[in-house]
Write a protein that binds this ligand. Sequence first.
Ligand SMILES: [Zn+2]
Length: 269
Amino acid sequence: MQYISPLIREFWENGKSETCPIYDMHGHMGSYHSIYFPRAGTAAMVRTMDEAGVRMLVFSHHTALFAPNLANTRSVAAVRRYPERLRAYCVVNPNYPEQLESDLASFETLHPEIYVGFKFLSDYHQIALTDDRYRPAWEYANARGLLILAHTWGGSQFDGPDVVRKVAERYPNVKFLLGHSCHGDWDAAIQLARDFPNIYLELTAVFDDRGVIEKFTQEAGSNRMLFGTDLPWFDPHHAIGVLLNADITDEDRHNICHRNAEQLLAAYF
Ligand SMILES: [Zn+2]
């Protein structure tokens, strides 16, 4: 039978913890085509965060990803509305390279109050992370030691482990968050975390595969793992439940839920 630690008991009884706040490092916002989200608006998402003890969400609005005419404006407005609870990734869409200059200029103005880094969605935008159209953003982030959250997926020609390795070698100062941890290619993700001290395994959708949390903890270390949900796509309570039921220690849970993120974000608060 599983050992029920005080932390587990606190979560089971209250649905959240006073001593283990959660930093969700991978969120989105707003409605999305072909799927219904019951709580996709800014205030509704903050309500979900309150229920699960999520102190801070770092996110990119769906319009920033898919409506280049709006770019990052809705992300910025949401952070202004909830400055204690939200920070944004500045989305760079390489299909619109003419916008890159204004994206970087807006980053310069709005960092660190609004932005803590950049978000790349290569699988959806269908341009590899190594492509030259991303280069100015990589170089900008590398020069300043900023966070980059990139969607990464096992087997992808745009952001699979081989592509990730190339950019990790090029930009050693970026704090490189592997969104979804090269989903499905868990061994490759672990190897990347071992080879590059600035790579973090972000756990959105990793929770769907039994045993991976334990594997990552043992083989990469919980000091390299970050809580994430794609909110409003997945519910933080699901992710929390997986972490509480996984065969890991409370120290690991603290690392994953808040300590690593607090360190990454320390420069901005
Ligand atoms: Zn995402």
